[in-house]
Write a protein that binds this ligand. Structure first.
Ligand SMILES: [Zn+2]
Length: 121
């Protein structure tokens, strides 16, 4: 089920640069929406300042927490090699709200979460 979307956009213009979604690549492994979206951000010569929106929802279209997992966060760190500077991450939380966090702060709270919350959804 495609129930997580990750969108990268240019912070100032809000032009969308890539959209990723979670999906199974085989029976046992899943590509996370964030990784899918990052894979579509190719090298640019000039630095781009980007933001990210991650939305996760259930069958009733209620938003659920979508804070990225440790693996995705470490994958996001690679963005700078392609000249993308990630500043803000907006992510859904329960009760149909959106939260914002600075990318450089995310490791502080990430410890409370893991990939487990992606399972069974
Ligand atoms: Zn992840």
């Amino acid at each position: 089920m495609r129930n997580i979307f990750a969108v990268f956009y240019e912070t100032q213009s809000m032009n969308i640069l890539s959209i990723g979604y979670n999906r199974h690549i085989n029976k046992n492994s899943m590509i996370h929406a964030e990784v899918d979206a990052i894979n579509k951000l190719f090298y640019v010569k000039k630095k781009k300042y980007i933001s990210m929106l991650i939305i996760r929802f259930n069958k009733n279209n209620d938003l659920l927490i979508s804070l990225p997992c440790q693996l995705c966060i470490s994958y996001m760190c690679k963005l700078k090699h392609n000249n993308y500077i990630l500043s803000n991450i907006y992510y859904s939380i329960n009760n149909n709200n959106i939260e914002k966090i600075k990318f450089y702060n995310i490791n502080l709270i990430e410890k409370h979460y893991s990939c487990n919350y992606y399972k069974n959804h």
